[in-house]
Design a binder for this molecule. Structure first.
Ligand code: SF4
Length: 337
């Protein structure tokens, strides 16, 4: 996506907070201008990165209360290097975090936990990033959406809730800073019976506005209006669709938590003050009895969109890469993720 397409997408959606996801956004030549343009509009920008290029690119960005690096770290050195299948990545990311902090940047950590994570190690990791001075942590359960290559190490909802309860138990009395709402964390710990709000975090990719959410690509709308008005939102979410059965990801549930905070401010304040509940019985799980079966159309969607872009004569922006087993032209967008 060009600078202009990014700014137009912002103008269309009017969202107050924008997360620029990857791939690796620092490979995009116009990224400093994209960030600057959004910050000028007083949008809160979270720029996701694996931090491998961060030290080199830092000079192209300016610290601002509206701008935060969002560094991918899935735990301590052993956990993260094994998650990304490469030794030394954790150390480079931590060195870049320290440098960015010393230059006055805001830093958030983007942390996904998978099946088999030791809750004590996860809690120690949160302690360590707090000591590094990061401004907040955004955490999520690894969830087996259809395009993820490794389907074995993802969490189901029961395991997710147990894992986060165990982690939060170690965090009692500590001042871990999260960039997520207290009620979403309470949901991760099994205390809220939330339904997904997929429209709460709309996703724009090089193909258009993705239906229904960041995780599932079941079609693309040309405009934000079309996305909002013509998507069958009720067809998605845990209990409604088979692919959503194990999902507890912020992509769909953070917006539900935020709306609940407005509806029940006293509940929000209590959870914000005391932290997520870790001992009482969990909220009842959503029944999957009436979910509609999964439909598998992502490969066809990608082929159709690539054909459309090629017909439009879009310039090639990179080498050919493998997406879902197909050779396609690489693009600077989150669609490849
Ligand atoms: S539950 Fe919501 S956020 Fe999760 S995959 Fe389904 S639509 Fe997307």
């Amino acid at each position: 996506m060009s600078l202009q397409e990014c700014l137009d997408a912002d103008a269309e959606a009017g969202a107050p907070i924008i997360a620029i996801a990857g791939g690796e956004p620092l490979l995009h030549k116009e990224m400093p201008q994209i960030v600057e343009g959004l910050v000028e509009r007083k949008k809160y920008v979270y720029l996701c990165t694996n931090a491998l290029l961060l030290e080199k690119k830092l000079k192209d960005y300016k610290p601002s209360p509206f701008f935060s690096w969002d560094v991918h770290l899935d735990g301590d050195q052993q956990m993260h290097d094994s998650s990304v299948c490469q030794d030394g990545v954790y150390e480079r990311a931590v060195a870049a975090i320290r440098l960015a902090k010393s230059k006055g940047f805001r830093i958030s950590i983007n942390c996904t936990f998978f099946d088999g994570v030791d809750p004590k190690k996860a809690a120690d990791f949160f302690d360590s990033v707090m000591e590094m001075g990061v401004d907040g942590v955004m955490t999520a359960p690894g969830y087996a959406y259809e395009r993820a290559p490794d389907q074995e190490h993802f969490l189901n909802r029961q395991k997710t809730k147990t894992l986060f309860r165990d982690i939060f138990r170690y965090g009692k009395g500590k001042k871990w800073r999260f960039t997520q709402s207290p009620l979403f964390l309470n949901f991760l710990a099994g205390n809220e019976n939330y339904k997904c709000t997929p429209w709460g975090k709309p996703l724009r990719t090089v193909f258009g506005w993705q239906r229904p959410c960041y995780l599932l690509g079941e079609g693309y709308a040309k405009t934000f209006k079309e996305l909002m008005e013509d998507t069958a939102w009720d067809d998605y979410g845990t209990g409604a669709y088979e692919k959503c059965a194990d999902c507890m990801v912020h992509s769909g549930y953070e917006a539900t938590a935020v709306m609940d905070a407005v509806k029940r401010p006293w509940h929000f304040i209590k959870v914000a003050l005391t932290g997520p509940e870790t001992e009482k019985p969990m909220a009842p799980e959503i029944s999957l009895a009436h979910q509609r079966p999964a439909e598998y159309g992502y490969d066809a969607q990608v082929s159709e969109q690539m054909e459309r872009l090629e017909t439009k004569g879009k310039p090639s922006r990179g080498p050919r890469v493998r997406v879902n087993g197909k050779d396609v032209e690489s693009q600077k967008s989150s669609a490849a993720e």
